[in-house]
Ligand binder design. Structure first.
Ligand code: PMT
Length: 397
């Protein structure tokens, strides 16, 4: 429920992508947003108002002269009740009209009369998107402070391929959540690790662990939404990179070490969420080990570099945050790791709470003491961690 209590007016204009706006209403509602739909006349040729009414649970507004508004001022009343207006899809015609301040239907008039922010998700044929007139209109809207979401490139409804596809509803919801997130890490460069590492025994076998990457990916997403420029060095996981996050994929602890050390000097913050293997196989086989090659193959282990400790030891290095997953004595073990690695903040979790799954229970340890966070989804804990880091950094600045 990351949009709980947010009042959003969704404007739908005429274009084939209007059918995706129905899913957008559903997803915004699922995140707790209160959605009011307003459509242009053109949009009603693609999807009916009844569809949006059923999904939003509210009558849809189509007409500036709608008799349901006692004062006949739908354009004022709807925008005054909103925290945000999103127009998705936003047609070339609609963008042109609002770029010129026109007020020739309910939606355009509402946009002109608004006192809240506006996001638009353009959707149109690629030639219409590339047309100099559209380019001028979009540039003007950006200068006017309108947030432009997309468009994406790909196959279009008309069969052509190029830029002009509306972003997927899930991507628009992510952008809306990011829009509302306080920008507590604005201007900061954040480097982090997540997931397990995979230490090869031979070309197909290896030593790894049960980290799913969920905690780290949630932290990357929360930090990006808080305004940080995020680079996520990730071990092998089955997760999509969070929107707006640069992901560097690695396999082994040595790969992860190289990817982090190449970027650490540039970073303002480093967070080690990865469950890095402490040891790698010294005698990894070049070819697949054969069972019938005589006896059980010996596996020799050699210690991996401690990435977090090395970053923390850099002169003028980033503000470092570690994670500790323990099966017992959480405070004592986490504090020992914090001191040993010489880092200002460590997030402790119990293995049974932290590994895999969508929820976790974190305890933050820093110079000021112990800060237990209530059990919650990893997305919520990630935001709390980001806020805690921002507070510590503000105290340091
Ligand atoms: O991925 P999930 O399924 O969501 O699970 C999340 C998690 C449980 C893996 C995560 O919350 C977590 O606790 N990660 C740290 C795991 C751990 O206990 O690491 P550690 O004790 O081996 O290392 C302590 C810290 O040093 C960690 O920040 C680790 O990233 C870092 N480290 C460790 C070894 C090493 N060679 N290099 C490192 O940078």
């Amino acid at each position: 429920m990351e949009l709980k209590g947010k009042r959003i007016v969704l404007g739908v204009t005429g274009g084939i992508a209007a059918y995706k706006a129905a899913e957008l209403v559903r997803l915004l509602g699922k995140q707790g947003a209160d959605v009011q739909v307003a459509m242009t006349e053109g949009a009603t040729h693609f999807v009916t108002a009844t569809t949006f009414q059923a999904l939003s649970g509210k009558p849809v507004y189509l007409d500036q002269w709608d008799a349901r508004m006692p004062n006949a001022m739908a354009h004022i009343d709807l925008s005054r009740q909103a925290d945000l207006i999103i127009v998705a899809p936003a047609s070339a015609d609609f963008l042109a009209r609002i770029a010129h301040g026109m007020a020739d239907d309910l939606l355009a008039t509402m946009v002109l009369a608004r006192d809240c922010p506006l996001l638009v998700a353009p959707a149109m044929n690629r030639q219409m998107w590339e047309n100099p007139a559209t380019r001028r209109n979009v540039a003007q809207l950006a200068v006017d402070g309108v947030g432009i979401l997309g468009p994406a490139s790909g196959e279009q409804a008309c069969g052509e391929v190029g830029a002009g596809r509306m972003l997927e509803p899930e991507e628009i919801v992510e952008a809306v959540i990011a829009f509302f997130a306080p920008k507590v890490l604005a201007g900061r460069k954040l480097l982090m690790t997540a997931g397990p590492t995979f230490e090869a025994i031979d070309p197909v076998r290896g030593i790894t662990n049960l980290s799913s990457g969920r905690m780290g990916y949630a932290v990357a997403r929360a930090a990006q939404q808080a305004g940080a420029e995020v680079t996520l060095v990730s071990g092998p996981v089955g997760l999509a990179a969070p929107q707006g996050v640069e992901r560097v994929k690695v396999q082994s602890a040595l790969d992860m070490h190289a990817a982090v050390m190449a970027r650490a000097a540039e970073a303002d913050i480093f967070i080690g969420v990865a469950a890095v293997a402490d040891y790698r196989v010294a005698n990894a086989a070049e070819h697949k080990l054969k069972k019938d090659s005589g006896g059980i193959p010996p596996i020799e282990l050699v210690e991996n570099p401690d990435i977090l400790a090395e970053v923390a030891a850099l002169k003028d290095g980033p503000f470092c945050v570690g994670f500790a997953a323990e099966s017992q004595n959480l405070e004592a073990y986490a504090q020992t790791k914090r001191r040993k690695k010489n880092i200002p903040l460590i997030a402790g979790n119990l293995i049974q709470d932290g590994f895999g799954g969508d929820d976790n229970r974190l305890v933050l340890f820093d110079d000021a003491g112990t800060h237990p966070l209530a059990p919650a989804p990893k997305s919520v804990l990630a935001r709390q961690l980001v806020e805690h880091i921002a507070q510590l950094l503000t105290g340091k600045d």
